[in-house]
Write a protein that binds this ligand. Structure first.
Ligand SMILES: CC1=C(CCC(=O)O)c2cc3nc(cc4[nH]c(cc5[nH]c(cc1n2)c(C)c5CCC(=O)O)c(CCC(=O)O)c4C)C(CCC(=O)O)=C3C
Ligand SMILES: [Fe+2]
Length: 373
């Protein structure tokens, strides 16, 4: 098996970051929203979600577990490239983590595995902007580093298979809780983070786009379930809208949709947080707390599927993605055989995603800039 991660000297698990205690909540939210025009009202509201959980987001513990699982997988495969952890919005910050690793081992070329499966500014390009910022900051200190990252992996077999297992498990849980899986009275609601419609449009310029990527994976899961379960009605819905109410975002919101479905005679849902790789605050608050309550008020059954978390297929898929990226870079090609479960020509995309992906109006530097396209 190919276990060569060259030319990369080190790997980073790159994530969003979250507060650890009450005192972190405001500075964290300020980092997240710097210069983005999120109304104060919304910030106060989101702050409350964190305070309800003692000011502590679940995301950091989740990332620590993923880091450990990835390290075990590397060890199993005999890969000695070091792996560490850096965030966009909270400690350990990317720049600090990279500086440490550079000072420890002299590493210069870093490959990031990020915790976002789909294309959009927030989930892809912004990570590349973070790399450019870190590169500039460290350059000023006399440290030369370069970054790259794995492609968006919504259609990679590791992520897709792990996601499928989570849905199957939730269907079984629903069956035992509700007594049956009556297809006419029941829906699978796949949930992802809402984004502004403009961000959706930008995501479509160089990839098949945020929404279509979710839909492809949902269709694929449907075809996998069919032989055992027959066909279910499933839908993509959204959570965690923010921004000004006047700005259009992707809809419907899960709570609105639950109310409509209840009126149509649907008496239960399996909620699959397909847009989140682990139990983030959105999952704990927007789904397990808020949407759960909405369903309860409507007297609907509600089962929430697990997130992929540290599912072995997901973990091993992430290492496959890192190896795939290293092979592409060694061969100076943007697309060599990307393992996918869904066959659209536009589906795979480290190439499509590497330079211009998901850009909006602002011209902000990103890392890397492919010389070839
Ligand atoms: C697509 C997407 C993902 C999924 C991809 C990925 O995982 O990367 C994601 C993840 C996350 N978003 C998170 C938290 C927040 N996101 C915010 C704001 C926003 N998110 C957006 C999009 C996304 N966000 C957008 C378009 C905004 C508007 C402002 C802006 O353009 O930036 C705000 C500000 C307040 C608010 O507006 O809600 C907060 C606090 C956390 C941490 C949770 C925890 O602590 O467990 C995580 C993992
Ligand atoms: Fe977010």
């Amino acid at each position: 098996m190919n276990v060569d991660l060259s030319p990369f000297d080190a790997m980073i698990l790159m994530s969003f970051g979250g507060p650890e205690q009450e005192a972190d909540v405001l500075p964290f939210l300020q980092n997240v929203t710097a210069g983005r025009g999120i109304p104060d009202e919304r910030l106060k509201e989101v702050g409350e979600h964190y305070y309800q959980f003692g000011g502590r987001s679940p995301i950091n513990e989740q990332n620590k577990s993923l880091l450990e699982a990835l390290r075990r997988e590397l060890e199993l495969r005999g890969i000695t490239t070091p792996l560490f952890w850096g965030n966009r919005n909270w400690k350990p910050f990317l720049t600090d983590a990279v500086r440490n690793e550079h000072q420890r081992s002299g590493a210069q070329k870093f490959l990031a595995i990020d915790t976002s499966a789909y294309s959009s500014y927030s989930s892809c390009r912004q990570y590349r902007e973070d790399f450019a910022t870190a590169q500039t900051q460290l350059f000023a200190e006399g440290i030369h580093v370069e970054f790259d990252k794995v492609r968006q992996y919504y259609n990679h077999p590791g992520f897709a298979q792990a996601q499928l297992d989570c849905v199957r498990e939730a269907l079984e849980k629903y069956r035992s809780q509700a007594g049956s899986l009556n297809p006419s009275a029941f829906r699978i609601l796949y949930v992802t983070h809402s984004i502004p419609s403009a961000m959706q449009q930008n995501s479509e310029r160089h990839t098949n786009g945020y929404q279509a990527q979710h839909e492809e994976l949902i269709d694929w899961i449907g075809t996998q379930l069919e032989p055992v379960y027959g066909s279910f009605r499933s839908e993509l819905v959204y959570c965690s809208r923010s921004g000004s109410p006047r700005t259009p975002w992707l809809e419907p919101d899960i709570n609105d949709r639950l109310r409509e479905l209840s009126q149509d005679g649907v008496d239960g849902v399996v909620v699959v947080p397909i847009g989140f790789v682990s139990d983030h605050m959105e999952v704990k608050y927007d789904l397990d707390t808020e949407a759960f309550q909405t369903a309860k008020d409507l007297q609907m059954n509600f089962v929430r599927a697990a997130t992929v978390g540290t599912h072995p297929k997901f973990v091993s898929g992430l290492i496959d993605l890192a190896l795939e990226r290293a092979a592409q870079v060694r061969n100076s090609v943007e697309r060599i055989e990307e393992a996918v479960v869904i066959g659209s020509a536009l589906s795979s995309g480290s190439g499509a995603c590497s330079r211009n992906c998901c850009e909006g109006g602002r011209k902000v530097p990103t890392q890397p800039n492919w010389p070839t396209c």
